[in-house]
Design a protein around this ligand. Structure first.
Ligand code: F6R
Length: 608
């Protein structure tokens, strides 16, 4: 994940900016840069690789100035080199950016037609060119920012400095986090409060749709239409050495809201977001010639694998054998060398998953590890590592690791389908295009449904039992919804394939057991609606999680209907994960449980 920092200060900033970047190193990066402004002239230093390369450069060619911006880049569009490193400069405009500008290709074509010359391969450079264009047209910095923000689409945190406005820094957020730090005669901006902790603990967190204008003594925050908005200042507990909760009550909440940002990083490792193609998978797993795939994992990671099974079978026609690792390891499953095995684990240390891996190793299969911790045992023992790049997950209940695991599985399934000659170039572009839209859609959904989820959770916390239903890829989501709810709220919850309802669980239906149905308007929708009718006919209360088309089509009496935007089938599991996570989270908060460390559970299960 990229890291960004800015200071409008009363003493030289270059060294302090680099120190702040060091506190963001945990986010991962492959190049870095810093720009300052002095006497109306902006200068920058950028270097590929680790921060000591940038520090070395700065010691040889120091930068003066009491205002500046800096960046650690985790490459999404364009290779990690000095030219693509931020800050980007265009005609007196300097920009650093974390996230993805989705419509950059269209904007670039438009700007090039007007004569703009692009020097990098990044999506960020269009922001600098757009701002430069608006400044040429006579807009001041603030008006140019608002005009630009109304043109760009995607998920982004941006910092901007203008050479002719030497007292101001501009920032905007839609998706990735951004915090304002209030100093004495100085103001700061950073990706999180940890970066700013040596400067100040007085923090204002920007929310999506905020544009901030900072001077040494003032912070003005407006929405993208220019209307002033007020955001509270709070005292951060962040210390430089720790991962903090930001402005969230729990790590779990923070991790839920981080998903648009981390998913874009996960995706950019597997797909070319500019060309809308998948990158070929690690050659250690020869998807083109495989006869089958075995997947094994535990808990939430297993459920990510179960969604993956639907994708690999549908898009790559690759038969998938999947089981929870505690069973897989002892099943003595006949396997052959023309199969490969994938092991999914956030921690990379789960004992049963590791034992399953070792079983497959004995059987001579090529082994892939879908892990968050690359250096973990599972990562080290695999032939190919497929990192999920979710960043540290502190909450015991997995949220962002799950959706990043899904994003990786979706990308790999498309790569496998392409390698097996089953996905055409047009289909590939369409599917990757949908994946690329996902961070923006997730940001929007998180903002839109939060109040409804909180209200609904208050009601849900009164029940003792809950049933989750879904079909297709919504079936593993139903299992995940039930798992998430039971593990942190301690409410008894079960997930079922909707078609199984009448084979047993229907006996439980009454007004005391809400039935949460996950049903985007997909191929299975009508069938799931029939199951909902069966529930309604028996006095069951339905919480219906659907999309706009589904909400219009169903016309059922429900306890609540949660309406998400219509999204492509390949991204629905990630988008529909958001309401089930929020529902579990808020219910647990109402019940007063220890949300981040639920009873009896551990983050890493290294025993059988
Ligand atoms: C549930 C949860 C667990 C883990 C499981 C596997 O929210 O987090 O079910 O998914 O213990 O852990 P990893 O992914 O570390 O192998």
């Amino acid at each position: 994940m990229c890291g960004i920092v800015g200071i409008v200060g009363n003493q030289p900033v270059a060294g302090r900016l680099v120190d702040a970047l060091k506190r963001l190193e945990y986010r991962g990066y492959d190049s870095a840069g810093v720009a300052t402004l002095k006497d109306g002239a902006m200068e920058r230093r950028r270097a590929e690789g680790k921060l000591f390369n940038l520090e070395k450069l700065l010691s040889e060619k120091p930068l003066a100035g009491e205002i500046g911006i800096a960046h650690t880049r985790w490459a999404t569009h364009g290779v990690p080199n000095e030219i693509n490193a931020h800050p980007h400069f265009v005609d007196g405009v300097a920009v650093v950016h974390n996230g993805i500008i989705e419509n950059f290709a269209a904007l670039k074509t438009e700007l090039m037609a007007e004569g703009a010359i692009f020097t990098s391969q990044t999506d960020t450079e269009v922001v600098a060119h757009l701002l430069a264009r608006y400044r040429r047209e006579g807009l001041d910095g603030k008006a140019a920012m608002l005009a630009m923000l109304n043109r760009v689409e995607g998920a982004y945190a941006l910092l901007v400095m203008f050479a002719d406005e030497p007292e101001k820094l501009y920032a905007a957020r839609f998706g990735p986090p951004l915090a304002v730090g209030h100093g004495r005669g100085e103001m700061f901006l950073g990706s999180d409060a940890i970066a700013l902790s040596p400067f100040t603990h007085e923090i204002t967190y920007l929310v999506d749709g905020d544009c901030a204008i900072l001077s040494r003594d003032t912070v003005e925050i407006v929405d993208f239409s220019g209307k002033p908005v007020s955001r509270q200042k709070q005292i951060s507990q962040a210390a430089a050495f720790m991962v903090d909760k930001g402005n969230h009550r729990h790590f779990m909440e923070k991790e839920i809201y981080e998903q648009p940002e981390v998913i874009s990083h996960a995706l950019s490792h597997y797909v070319d977001l500019a060309g809308l193609t998948v990158k070929p998978a690690d050659p250690a797993i020869d998807f083109a010639n495989l006869r089958g795939l075995a997947i094994s994992a535990c808990g939430t990671a297993y459920l990510a694998g179960l969604v993956g099974k639907y994708w690999f079978e549908r898009y790559a026609r690759l038969p998938v054998e999947i089981d929870v690792a505690s069973e897989f390891r002892y099943r003595e499953m006949p396997l052959s060398k023309d199969q490969a095995a994938l092991f999914i684990s956030q921690s990379g240390e789960t004992a049963d998953t590791l034992a399953s891996l070792r079983y497959c190793r004995q059987e001579g299969l090529a082994i892939g590890a879908v892990v968050n911790v690359r250096e973990s045992t599972i990562g080290r023992e695999a032939d190919a590592i497929f990192p999920i790049l979710a960043g540290p997950e502190i909450g015991v209940a997995s949220t962002k690791a799950f959706t990043c695991q899904l994003a990786v599985m979706a990308s790999l399934a498309v790569a496998a389908g392409k390698a097996r000659g089953l996905i055409t170039a047009v289909e590939e572009q369409e599917m990757v295009g949908h994946l690329a839209e996902m961070p923006r859609i997730m940001s929007k959904v998180l903002n839109a449904i939060q109040p409804q989820m909180e209200n609904l959770s208050r009601e849900l916390s009164r029940f003792k039992d809950v049933l989750y239903l879904g079909r297709g890829t919504s079936y593993p989501l139903a299992l995940e919804g039930a798992l998430k709810l039971k593990e942190i709220s301690y409410i008894h919850a079960e997930g079922y394939a909707a078609g199984e309802l009448k084979h047993g669980p229907i006996a439980l239906i009454d007004e005391n057991m809400p039935v949460i149905v996950i049903a985007p308007h997909d191929r299975f929708f009508e069938k799931t609606v029939s199951n909902m009718q069966e529930v309604a006919a028996r006095g069951g209360r339905i919480i219906f999680i659907t999309d706009e088309t589904g909400a219009k089509a169903a016309r059922l009496d429900t306890m609540a209907t949660i309406v998400l935007p219509d999204v492509a089938e390949i991204i629905a599991p990630m988008v529909f994960s958001l309401p089930i996570q929020l529902l579990a989270y808020h219910t647990a908060v109402f019940m007063g449980t220890d949300v981040d460390q639920p009873r009896n559970l551990a983050k890493s299960v290294t025993v059988e």
